[in-house]
Design a protein around this ligand. Sequence first.
Ligand code: MN
Length: 249
Amino acid sequence: MRILLSNDDGYLAPGIKTLFAALQAWQGQREVVMVAPDRNRSAASNSLTLENPLRIQQVAPNIYSVNGTPTDCVHLGINGAIDFQADMVISGINAGANMGDDVLYSGTVAAATEGRFLGKPAIAISLCGEHHFDSAAHWLIPILEQLERVPMEASTILNINVPDRPLEAIRGVRVTRLGRRHQSEPVVCDRDPRGLPIYWIGPAGDAADNAEGTDFHAVAQGYVSVTPLQIDLTHHRMLEHLQTWLTPL
Ligand code: MN
């Protein structure tokens, strides 16, 4: 298995470094190539850079940085910018959870999504904190081994969230659905040195739907959360109603 590894925190982030090392230690017959942003591009979602040229720089053996988004990185990594034929895409380990509504904004999930769009099995993995990246890397390996034994349906992206705990304090793994967050906190207003207002996007809201069965619930209980994602935004239940609603036209 040849793995393309990316993230949204940048190629120097501790999460991707931990995972790159863990995958190299595990790989055996497998090969791992990292193509990741040259800086933190968290919350970049699925953006592609179309107005500026992209540059790719090899910074170490099998490690490339790109002056673009996570989606750019996976796009370049798979579509011919480097001499590597990836079999799958892994994104992470993100510093911070990607649960519930987060997945719409997440660059971590977006990198996996791009892999999926380009025909590769894809996994996004996030640590719900910034300390125990080793725990997340440790739990990913058996999931990869299972994926090698039994491939996933082609349209599926696995979104994994790992509690920020030492390995021995993680209780197991749970299959989950996405929960939901409350609206994010208000924007934070400040003044620049010339007295003009500047704004910071406020922090994400707390969990609004953290019922049993959600990613929020599993992580709070100390379990690794694995959510199967699909990219079909069609509101299927509304199709018939909309047809009726539009009939007068
Ligand atoms: Mn991030």
